[in-house]
Design a protein around this ligand. Sequence first.
Ligand SMILES: Cc1cc2nc3c(=O)[nH]c(=O)nc-3n(C[C@H](O)[C@H](O)[C@H](O)COP(=O)(O)O)c2cc1C
Length: 281
Amino acid sequence: MTDRPDPDLNDALMERYGDAVDAPDMPADVRQSLRRMASRGSCRRFQPTPVPDDLLQTLCAVALAAPTKSDLQQRDIVALKSEDRRARLADLVAGQDWVAAAPMVLVFCGNNRRQRLLHDWHDVPFANDHMDAVINAAADAAIAMAAFVTAAEAAGLGCCPISAVRNDAAAVSDLLGLPEHVFPFAGLAVGYPAHPPEIAMRLPLHVTCHVDTYREDGLKESVAAYDVRRARAQPYNRQRFVATFGTSDTYGWSEDKVRQYSQPERAEFGAFLRARGFQLD
Ligand SMILES: Cc1cc2nc3c(=O)[nH]c(=O)nc-3n(C[C@H](O)[C@H](O)[C@H](O)COP(=O)(O)O)c2cc1C
């Protein structure tokens, strides 16, 4: 892996948001941790080195220490240690060719099944068979995945989530042997990075961080300025759906996202969840 000089925390935040953030004085180790988190990036190209089993288990343990709604613990991690399983998963995530070369893939699952089993065992009706059951389990899975990413990156690994495991959620569930009321939330490719991460620019903080009340003052102008800033520093190397929309000279983040979501994505996921026993009302 080639070395890149580490940016200071303030530099990393400036690069990320285009806004100056003046971090207060803090102990050097704290500053370094925050700097690492601020300058992280998803990794889709890995060295072939395997992730040691004991490290993987430690990271899963650390990840599952993250907060969980009402202590319900409604998330599970399936680690695909078998090369054959990883290959079969890679086949199910169309358009994500890089997944096949990841040395390790985890699948973070929402699990509302255990709670329902507890009700059976205690012979007490489960009175929350509605949308919140899905949201809580999905949030639990997401929080554990985020904690895993932070822990893994601190240990020198790179990661990239894979929501494409929901493209064919039924086939992925069959591959993993997921029972009713357990669903794949996201995959996570893990390995030693082949190159340092890029700091993907984010919307400026005045757009996404609110004080006391939500506001949208100047939102359109802020997004336009972000589009320009990002296109200048990190232009997209490919425009989506050129046959439909043509080639744009000013292609930026907002146009990319609009083009992306001009096509339906996982419109059948609700039907999948219903088939797995969830009520979504
Ligand atoms: C829930 C979730 C699902 C994601 N799914 C995919 C995916 O299927 N394929 C992919 O290449 N990246 C995926 N990503 C990574 C995002 O594309 C990435 O986080 C985003 O582009 C910002 O880049 P950064 O992580 O480097 O800051 C996913 C991220 C999240 C949080």
